[in-house]
Ligand binder design. Structure first.
Ligand code: ASP
Length: 422
């Protein structure tokens, strides 16, 4: 088989299956290397097993800032949001995402999954403890130079830059359209191409995730046996509990704030939830969400398009909840207490990180590096989360889609679509 044939053959195996195969092979290798009692002669080999994950993590960190920047600019340039409905949409998105993060933090604070077992960082960890300084944070929000947030991976500064340019470019575009000009077009095209380019590079990195999972899991099992997975299992459980509570919140909001019956909402949304779960991508699911909102749930086209097409670009509640929980979980694992103030920083950065997470598989993992950096948590631990992300990504994507559907239902209001409206 030629190299190209081998690559094409590999591409045909779904990523999840590749990860599962990597997990199985890693368990076998980890046991062969000692399962908690490694022989000193294998020490270098075992240490080197972490290298792929370290490299992949570095690549993800590098891509996080350009991804957020171009994703926000792209959304501002290409989406059309009518005035009043736009303001309602913004309020709904912000409240839903904040609730998601608070639910995530509450569950993580109550269940404390990080204390259920022991977990050790796969690579060396830098000590970056930071205390919370709201005034400093505010002063720091304006970067010293325009490219500095990209260099420092500073998410708050980056958002200031992205929002400023996004708002201005959008306004310029509208003014030019009114004047019958189109000089904004080349910029819009460049942003669209850059967005596509970042996503493509991201896809290369994501294609390597099975190798990272293999290395990390084999290393952990070889060095410490199976005990660390108890901790990750606790984390999975905690995230599932939080996502379930968020789903209950959506159904309650739909019941109180719209004419839609929550049961019909759930039943009608099945296709979208299943597509989201099986593809791990809310963007791929978008056309289905838009369709079922109208045909199966009976919403007006305007509400469906505003919630499921426009809102979907900004709205990733499941991702926000996950990012916040991950930060708290790792802080519990390493015993680095996050004060209330620091948790507030987590709320803020998770909101932005979820906005910047494009609706593609594993995007939340990419922007998570920024949340960790903002409160001084060692990003090496994200390599451990990679091992469970293939499953949790599916679950949070389904919640992301449910969030878009909830926003659409709320925008549709208390009165059902009547025939004479058509
Ligand atoms: N996969 C998610 C989505 O498409 C994003 C994420 O990784 O959290 O909505």
């Amino acid at each position: 088989m030629s190299k190209i044939q081998a690559i094409n053959w590999l591409k045909r195996i779904p990523l999840t299956l590749q990860i599962i195969i990597a997990l199985v092979v890693a368990v076998i290798l980890g046991i062969a290397l000692g399962a908690g009692n490694p022989s000193p002669s294998n020490a270098t080999l075992i240490t080197n097993l972490a290298i792929p994950a370290e490299l992949i993590l570095k690549a993800l960190r590098t891509l996080a800032t350009p991804l957020i920047l171009v994703a926000v600019l792209h959304t501002f340039m290409t989406t059309n949001i009518p005035g009043t409905a736009g303001r309602r949409l913004a309020v709904l998105l912000l409240t839903n995402t904040t609730v998601a993060i608070v639910v995530g933090l509450l569950v993580a604070n109550i269940l404390r999954p990080g204390t259920w077992g022991t977990l050790v960082a796969p690579g060396s960890t830098e000590n970056t403890t930071q205390s919370f300084d709201p005034w400093g944070l505010f002063k720091d929000a304006v970067p010293e130079a325009i490219l500095k947030p990209l260099v420092d991976n500073n998410v708050i500064q980056l958002i200031v830059i992205a929002l400023s340019f996004g708002i201005v470019l959008r306004a310029l575009k509208s003014e030019q359209i009114q004047q019958g000009k189109n000089t904004y077009q080349p910029i819009e095209d460049v942003i669209a191409i850059l967005f596509e380019a970042v996503i493509r590079i991201l896809n290369w990195v994501i294609a390597l995730v099975p190798i990272a999972v293999f290395g990390i899991v084999a290393k952990i099992i070889a060095e410490r046996g199976f005990a660390p997975f108890q901790s990750l299992a606790a984390f999975i459980l905690a995230v599932l509990v939080a996502l379930f509570l968020q789903a209950c919140y959506y159904l309650t909001r739909v019941k109180i704030g719209s004419w839609v019956n929550p049961f019909k909402f759930l039943a009608g949304g099945t296709d979208a939830f299943l597509t989201a779960f099986s593809t791990s991508s809310s963007t791929i699911t978008m056309p289905i969400t838009f369709e079922i909102l109208q045909t199966k749930i009976g919403l007006r086209e305007s509400s469906a398009s505003l919630g499921a097409l426009v809102g979907a670009n900004f709205n990733n509640d499941g991702t926000a909840l996950y990012e916040a929980m991950s930060a708290l979980y790792i802080s519990q694992v390493i015993g680095q207490h996050l004060s209330l103030g620091q948790q507030l920083v987590v709320v803020l950065t998770s909101i932005f990180a979820s906005v910047g997470a494009a609706g593609i598989p594993n995007a939340g993992l990419v922007t998570m590096t920024l949340v960790f950096t903002s409160v001084g948590l060692p990003t090496q631990y994200i390599a451990l989360l990679v091992t469970v992300d293939w499953f949790l990504d599916r679950c949070r994507t389904a919640i992301n889609v449910m969030g878009d559907m909830t926003v659409s239902a709320l925008l549709d209001g208390k009165k059902p679509h009547s025939v004479d409206e058509e």
